[in-house]
Write a protein that binds this ligand. Structure first.
Ligand code: IMP
Ligand code: MG
Length: 206
């Protein structure tokens, strides 16, 4: 199996679509760019897992859109399960990890692919892969839509990466800020005053 290489992003800060212009500062990755890259990841997965049956383990909730688009085009037999993991975060600051939903499928001896929205410090993926590795899968790999390499604390890597992005807090296409903005069809950056106002109360926003 050959991992796909990450696509470096040609950084163009595009103007957001009209309905989001009050809140979104700029679009970092457009709908078209996302769709094209997701298809490339699908092709790489089909090539690497040809003749195998995958168990896809997606992390809740940030993977909703990415997962749907990825598997809708994936012509491989697969089973799907979810792990709920939430980092009790205050605004954009990551905190302690809590599991909100456990795996239900048996993954022993299986080809397991963990899917997450974004690889940031690496804490989440490290915890989740350790947990899955203990269940003795045949292979265990990770696929993430976004990779913020500059923020890495744990030495973890994903085998399939959609886009490497700079150190910016992004929302949309499943990614949230305080549980909002997951429904944006693009990946964008909010206006700075929005991030500030939600964290100033000192309350953990989930
Ligand atoms: P890590 O454990 O620091 O690698 O963080 C992974 C999780 O943090 C992701 O699954 C996201 O839920 C969240 N996260 C990290 N960076 C961002 C961001 O820029 N926007 C939205 N969520 C983020
Ligand atoms: Mg998340």
């Amino acid at each position: 199996m050959q991992p796909a290489t990450a696509q470096s992003l040609v950084l163009k800060r595009r103007k957001p679509p009209a309905p989001w212009r009050d809140e979104v500062e700029f679009v970092l990755i457009s709908e078209v760019q996302i769709a094209r890259r997701v298809r490339q990841l699908t092709t790489a997965l089909e090539r690497d897992y040809a003749g195998r049956e995958l168990v896809i383990v997606a992390l809740l909730s940030g993977t909703v859109m990415f997962l749907a688009d990825l598997i809708r085009h994936l012509s491989l037999p697969l089973r799907l399960d979810f792990i709920g993991v939430s980092s009790y975060r205050a605004g954009t600051q990551a905190g302690e990890l809590i599991f909100t939903k456990e795996l239900r499928l048996d993954v022993q001896g299986r080809d397991v692919l963990v899917v997450d929205d974004i690889l940031d410090t690496g804490r989440t993926l490290k915890r989740v892969t350790a947990k899955l590795q203990a269940l003795r899968p045949r292979t265990l790999r990770a696929c993430v839509l976004l990779d913020k390499t500059a923020r890495r604390i744990e030495p973890v890597q994903a085998d399939y990466v959609g886009f490497k992005i700079p150190d910016l807090f992004v929302v949309g296409y499943g990614l949230d800020f305080a549980e909002r903005y997951r429904n944006l069809p693009f990946i964008g950056v909010l206006k700075p005053e929005l991030y500030q106002s939600k964290t100033s109360a000192g309350q953990p926003w989930r």
